[in-house]
Design a protein around this ligand. Sequence first.
Ligand code: IPM
Ligand code: MN
Length: 375
Amino acid sequence: MYQVPVIPGDGIGPEIVDAGKQVLEAAADAENFGVEWLPQPYGADHYLDTEEVLPEHAVDELSDYDAIYFGSIGDPRVEPGVLEKGIILKLRFEFDQYVNLRPIKLLEGVESPLKDRGPTDIDFTVVRENTEDFYVGLGGRDSTGKSEKELELERRLYEAKFDVDLEHDADELAYQMGVVSREGCERVIEYAFDHAAESGHERVTGVDKANVLTDVYGLWREVLEDVSAGYPAIEHEFNYVDAATMWFVKDPGHYDTVVTPNTFGDIVTDLGAMLQGGLGLAPGGNINPDGTSMFEPLHGSAPKYAGEDRANPTATIWAGSLLLDHLGEERASDLVLEALQDVIADGDTLTKDLGGDAGTEEFGATVAERVRELG
Ligand code: IPM
Ligand code: MN
């Protein structure tokens, strides 16, 4: 019996998570194991009622479990950033979920916006670093409560570094630092090479901006070179992130495993989600192989569709498949993905985003039924 905490969250979160749970339960039945869901209240309503975003005791309690199933967070009544940083990023950082695993795979039956590209062309994995880079939260803005002295110091540092005179045009400064560590790069790059080896991939592509952000991504590249030496059977190469966005569109079939620092990983995986047919189809796993991981759809809470039974739960169901794989239930994980693929390829039960008229619940029930047929 696995105990899995569930954070349905805001907007469409509860609906898509219900659909996902149904499918995962069917897979668990088929493989003769049990899942007990442990519902967690965190999200906008809880915050507005209690002023609590994610309390320390919740982090403590969640740390007892291997995997959390997560819906979506975000609500127009709450200032942007509060819930995103206070829940999603907090969980990623507190649990040191250093891998963000994002499969970019076009399912059969889904149309990619790329003309004449099919499932064999769009099938790769992005391994996004998930705890460093510009996400470390180091920065400042001089208009927000800094003393005259601090402002003056920042100004002088800036002037000295860039040999400029800010006298008349720097009324306001803001800065944000990206930080990576050798260990932080090493562990995620190793994960990417292991993933490539296990998946029979030919190549690992590192995506960075080492031509401009030379310190941070210089270290990143050096580590990738070092790690690659341990995997002689796997090729490696480097792309600058701007070029990578071009090549994702021009020749997606080139990619196998892509590994990239946090910020660029955030950006390129939204592009990847479009290649695979839309945000409703893109899952992610926030993984700490030795701790508490978290599985979620890439998309947000889509508040305007909340309670309308129209969101596509595919990304959440797929995230559930990643969760089962993480728990070591590989057959159940494959069963979920196969059932999802069958229902979509079949085309009779599709949500609105894919041109059908099925609701969230009906789609989930259909995939669960297919799991039972296959299992
Ligand atoms: C994602 C999201 C998050 C991120 C936000 C909600 C903090 O965009 O999971 O890609 O930037 O990582
Ligand atoms: Mn994102």
